[in-house]
Write a protein that binds this ligand. Structure first.
Ligand code: HEM
Length: 215
């Protein structure tokens, strides 16, 4: 991205601002590793074309369930390290103001100037809310599927169907997220924030001006 390379002799050294706390980064990477593990093992169990790999069904199932359990146990552990900060982050994500609504409309039409955004833009807030909802849906329906296999008393629910629909929602969301975080030139600087904790102030000003002003 122009202006984001190494500083030249004439360019001043870039100024960095703190974007994510240690607890936020830990929570994100816990979610990323467990979610991608569940997605990969879930697809192995689900896709007929992967039936050969899925021959060791029990193994993939154990990894799938282990990742889900690992996520919830990890969430409790990370949450307990900095509950105050993480609750504030959750409130920040839950709060949708007029600029956020304008940003959503702007992201569709791309007409006029971009409405100013806080630390998370409206798309990121929506993404975080949908992912959180999906984790709950995956867990409840996953437990039901597990119980159905163990006992006839739990059969007759639509748990498998809902679990599959959640997967169809998750896949494009994760692909879009990875594109923005790893490939898209104007947004991929954000990866520095999620790995090292800080981002360049000029990037913050361009993408999240309301937040940058508060710093
Ligand atoms: C290797 C894989 C991944 C990479 C490189 C990655 C990268 C990132 C980065 C750089 C951010 C911060 C964006 C910012 O500065 O505003 C972020 C945020 C976030 N990530 Fe990931 N991520 C990965 C996997 C995942 C997965 C699998 C999920 C869950 C399905 C996930 C969910 C989130 C959420 C909810 C946020 C906060 C909201 C948002 O920025 O959209 N990430 N990720």
């Amino acid at each position: 991205m122009p202006g984001l390379g190494a500083p030249t002799a004439t360019e001043p050294a870039p100024e960095y601002v703190r974007r994510f706390s240690g607890a936020e980064q830990s929570l994100h990477w816990l979610l990323a590793v467990s979610f991608l593990t569940m997605l990969a093992t879930g697809l192995i169990l689900y896709l007929p074309s992967l039936a050969e790999v899925a021959a060791q069904r029990q193994l993939w199932k154990s990894i799938h369930l282990g990742a889900a359990l690992g996520f919830w146990v990890g969430l409790l552990l990370v949450w307990s390290t900095d509950a105050v900060q993480l609750r504030a982050t959750r409130r920040e994500i839950d709060h949708f103001d007029r600029d956020d609504r304008a940003w959503l409309a702007w992201s569709v039409t791309r007409r006029g100037p971009e409405p100013p955004q806080g630390r998370f833009n409206a798309g990121q807030k929506l993404n975080a809310a949908i992912v959180a909802g999906l984790m709950v849906v995956f867990t409840i329906t996953g437990v039901l599927i597990y119980l159905q296999e163990a006992s006839a008393r739990f059969r007759g629910t639509s748990a498998i169907l809902i679990h599959d629909v959640a997967m169809y929602i998750a896949i494009p969301l994760v692909i879009g997220h990875l594109y923005l975080a790893l490939l898209n030139p104007s947004t991929r600087h954000s990866l520095r924030g999620m790995t090292l904790g800080s981002v360049r102030r000029d990037w913050a000003r361009r993408h999240h001006p309301k937040w940058e002003r508060e710093l």
